[in-house]
Design a protein around this ligand. Structure first.
Ligand SMILES: NC(=O)c1ccc[n+]([C@@H]2O[C@H](COP(=O)([O-])OP(=O)(O)OC[C@H]3O[C@@H](n4cnc5c(N)ncnc54)[C@H](O)[C@@H]3O)[C@@H](O)[C@H]2O)c1
Length: 372
């Protein structure tokens, strides 16, 4: 077998603003080959051919999926088309990496998971930030227990657009933050409360404020906006010993550790003002070394490795479904002006297991709140 024959053939479906990055990355990876690029818009295919001469392009998805040299597909179309395009790729027996959010409903996400299992192919979701060395560094700090007890997390993801016409700003931007929070907390929220606003006279919310209730009374808050002239991509974790900041726009100091914190004093003695005593810890501000690597490239490498070894992706279908489940709960809360909406992960698992066993499929070790 030649070295070329060992390469995994990848089709990129959707080569707009983000998809063309996949074309570049897979074109550079030594164990992959861009077998085809598919886009409904001819001008995007022309742009691909201009930047990557010699690549096969087609506006016809069926034609691409019939190509024997296509082993795997990457879906980078708009969110509302993910389910339909993903189903076709999986039915054609292709390994699949689908951009976030994996679908726009929980039932559709479950169907994709079932289809991938039936076909025996890898299903992975493009939650890119879990492949970001800065986020990995924050995770390390939490795992090493240096932060003490986690009090709360918050993130801001604001900019002037780019405005999408198929989903609101929460479905567009918050999947990143929800996936990061779930990863850092090694769990999923028990409830959500969210409000949104249509500031730009859009038919969808262009601004959102989302609160997530994690186990152990840990609160997470996410602010997303398409209408803020200040571009921010920041995540903060506040613990009893430390505060950790991940700023994706700060190339020099992507992660900063503030070795300061406050905890109630051990004896909890009331002061003369009737207040509990608190221990304030002061310390240094550190900027740890963060490996320099491109998150999208790390993600694509992980996808290829899972295809080669048959291992389960970090951001597999279940991981993607957990994010969609939270987004659906957020929709319900926004519709009720922020009323809390509780998320029942367990009954979803049970209903899937019943459905899978009645269909004759083996059941999958489902992660609920981080536990298989
Ligand atoms: N992970 C990340 O960091 C990240 C960043 C940006 C965008 N995204 C995701 O990537 C996806 C695409 O975003 P974008 O900004 O590139 O959008 P875009 O509108 O620029 O590109 C989408 C492309 O898909 C094509 N398309 C749509 N339906 C198609 C179909 N059925 N068959 C073939 N082509 C089709 C369109 O013609 C368009 O060129 C979205 O799901 C978005 O959420 C992820």
């Amino acid at each position: 077998m030649t070295a070329e024959a060992k390469k995994i053939g990848v089709a990129i479906i959707g080569s707009g603003y983000w998809g063309i990055n996949y074309v570049r990355v897979f074109n550079e990876l030594p164990n992959a080959r861009v077998a085809a690029v598919c886009d409904a818009r001819q001008e995007r295919l022309d742009e691909v051919q201009r930047r990557f001469p010699g690549l096969t392009v087609s506006p016809d998805l069926d034609e691409v999926l019939q190509m024997p040299e296509v082993d795997a597909a990457v879906i980078c179309t708009g969110a509302t088309s993910h389910y339909a395009v993903a189903s076709r790729c999986l039915e054609a027996g292709k390994h699949l990496l689908v951009e976030k959010p994996m679908a726009t409903t929980v039932p559709d996400s479950l169907k994709l998971i079932g289809l991938a299992e039936k076909q025996g192919v890898i299903l992975m979701v493009g939650h890119t930030f879990l492949y970001n060395p800065g986020v990995r560094k924050v995770k390390e700090y939490i795992a090493e227990d240096k932060m003490g007890r986690i009090y709360y997390l918050y993130s801001r993801r604001t900019n002037l657009g780019p405005i999408r016409y198929d989903v609101n700003s929460i479905w567009d931007l918050a999947p990143h933050d929800i996936s990061i929070f779930n990863y850092l907390m090694d769990s999923t929220p028990l409830w959500v409360s969210a409000v949104g606003s249509n500031i730009l006279a859009n038919s969808r919310e262009d601004v959102g404020f989302v609160t997530l209730g994690y186990p152990g009374n840990v609160l997470g808050n996410i602010h997303v906006s398409w209408a803020d002239p200040n571009k921010v991509r920041e995540l903060v974790v506040v613990g009893s010993n430390q505060r950790v900041v991940f700023d994706d726009l700060n190339a020099l100091e992507r992660v900063k550790i503030y070795q300061k914190g406050v905890t109630p004093s051990a004896d909890k003695e009331a002061s003369s003002f009737g207040e509990f005593q608190f221990l304030i810890r002061d310390g240094d501000i550190l900027s740890p070394r963060v490996e320099i690597s491109e998150p999208l490239k790390n993600q694509c490498n992980h996808f290829l490795e899972c295809i080669t070894t048959g291992s389960q992706p970090l951001t597999d279908g279940w991981n993607g479904l957990e994010v969609v489940q939270v987004l659906q709960a957020i929709d319900r809360s926004v519709a009720q002006n922020g009323a809390p909406v509780f998320i029942d992960h367990e009954s979803l698992r049970i209903s899937y297991d019943i459905q899978a066993s009645s269909n004759g499929h083996h059941t999958h070790p489902v992660k609920v709140n981080g536990h298989a």
